[in-house]
Ligand binder design. Structure first.
Ligand code: 0PR
Length: 448
């Protein structure tokens, strides 16, 4: 730091040059975030000093946080939104970390995977149960290396970080030709060291929703917690208009794919679902950072909550049970503002706008002889541009075209890993004109 500060004028000129180097979301088809709603930005400013890590000092913000949880629980079909238990996080990664941390704690404190009843359990588990509050049992690497979490192959990379952080093995279940997890594959991976299951509502690469109803049944049968990662889809799936498009499409494998867009069941109306994460800073139209983690109720955590509770002698509250300490009340206020202001009707319009973009996108694609790999159930469209004969060559071509779209024309698009395909996220900042221009440029590149 320099000894002497610079003038405000000089400072803001400097800031402008930095912000000019950032995107304004024009030509961005790769982001799952978007321009926040103006009411969210205004509320964020109004509450810029608020810290919900010290709730006694910010009672107003805490009231708003409780209301955001209640509104979200209701959006997620909770039978009794008032009994839902949760808090705001920095986003999908933190929400997923906490959800899995609770699974791990619950595993230790509730007598392990009690739904998995093999005789050998009693042997292998001996020692796990003693004085579970002491935490000493958590730190044994020999135990940790054996714990596992079962999740779809398509799960977000945040789970890789979680595995590393919590010393848990990831068991990845197979997906079907529409990139949805195969429930039987999930179930076949369960063993006595399984701490829980993950389902996805709005996968990062394809926007698909796993068959959560079936996962819920498996979770109930095996008495395992089921966390739904709806970081992206949580503000979409509840607001999809069932009539918007029910065409029969065929996927890349030629299978009839009759999925029409409708309100899939993925949240608390399914008895096996114990927690859901959903991000206001994605399709919730709020500011960054904002994630929401909701548990069905406090009791689903067993004594896990006690395990992560720490005494906070110098704060206005006695305990803290969130992963982070100081937490931005400004993000709470922003989420509160936009959810109250838009209401379900506003989010339905937002989703309908994006799905209209999807329909336009498909029509434009047809003009250059392309179509989506799978029926785009939400506003993520994956498009194969390769020959389909040589996968390596197809990945190379996809990467080349992705890079050229950026270098030659300034379009930011991404590519999928699961199959070689370009991936387009049609967020609310996109317009039909942008789409037509992008597809025109893509067509030119493919002709070269
Ligand atoms: N779960 C799902 C299903 C996600 O898609 C993501 C993020 C997360 C969890 C993690 O959320 P946070 O990043 O909020 O912790 N998916 C995108 C990604 O990481 C997010 C993103 C956002 C990508 C903005 C690009 C971008 O410009 O790929």
């Amino acid at each position: 730091m320099d000894e002497k500060g610079i003038s405000e004028e000089e400072l803001f000129a400097e800031l402008c040059s930095f912000s000019d180097a950032d995107t304004n979301f024009k030509k961005v088809f790769s982001s799952m975030c978007t321009i926040p709603h103006p009411v969210a930005v205004a509320a964020q400013q109004q509450f810029s000093l608020s810290n919900i890590g010290d709730p006694g000092l910010f009672r107003g913000t805490c009231e708003m946080e409780a209301e955001v949880i209640r509104m979200s629980a209701s959006m997620l079909n909770h039978p009794d939104p008032k009994s839902a238990f949760g808090h705001l996080t920095s986003g999908g990664t933190e929400s997923n970390i906490e959800a899995v941390l609770h699974m791990k704690n619950r595993f230790f404190s509730s007598g392990f995977n009690s739904g998995f009843n093999s005789d050998s359990d009693s042997d292998s588990n001996s020692g796990f149960n003693s004085d579970s509050n002491s935490n000493s049992d958590f730190n044994s690497n020999s135990f940790q290396s054996r714990l596992n979490l079962i999740l779809p192959k398509t799960a977000h990379f945040s789970f890789e970080k979680i595995a590393n952080l919590l010393g848990i093995e990831l068991k990845k279940a197979e997906i079907d030709s529409n990139f949805r997890v195969i429930p039987e594959s999930m179930e076949s991976l369960i063993n006595e060291n399984t701490i829980g299951l993950i389902g996805i509502a709005g996968s990062t690469e394809f926007g698909e929703c796993d068959p959560i109803e079936e996962l819920s049944e498996i979770a109930v049968k095996h008495k395992l917690p089921l966390h739904i990662d709806a970081a992206f889809g949580g503000f979409i799936y509840p607001f999809l208009d069932s009539c918007s498009n029910s065409d029969i499409h065929s996927n890349i494998h030629g299978d009839a794919h009759s999925n029409h867009r409708s309100n899939v069941r993925f949240a608390f109306d399914l008895p096996g679902v114990t927690s859901v994460s959903v991000d206001p800073h994605k399709m919730g139209l709020s500011v960054i950072p904002a994630g929401i983690l909701i548990f069905r109720d406090e009791s689903v955590l067993g004594s896990s909550l006690d395990k992560i509770k720490v005494k906070t002698p110098y704060l206005t509250s006695k305990y803290q049970s969130t992963l982070t300490g100081t937490r931005p009340g400004s993000s709470v206020a922003a989420a509160y503002a936009v959810m109250k202001h838009l209401g379900a009707e506003g989010y339905r319009k937002n989703v309908s706008y994006c799905m209209d973009l999807v329909n336009h996108f498909q029509k434009e694609l047809e003009k250059i002889g392309l179509k989506p790999c799978i029926f785009p159930r939400i506003n993520i469209v994956a498009v194969s541009i390769g020959s389909g004969i040589n996968e390596t060559a197809d990945y190379e071509k996809t990467e080349k075209i992705r890079a050229q779209l950026l270098e030659k024309y300034g379009w930011n698009v991404s590519a999928t890993k699961t199959i070689p395909a370009l991936r387009f996220v049609l967020m609310p900042h996109v317009t039909k004109e942008d789409i037509s221009a992008l597809i025109f440029d893509l067509g030119k590149l493919l002709q070269e």
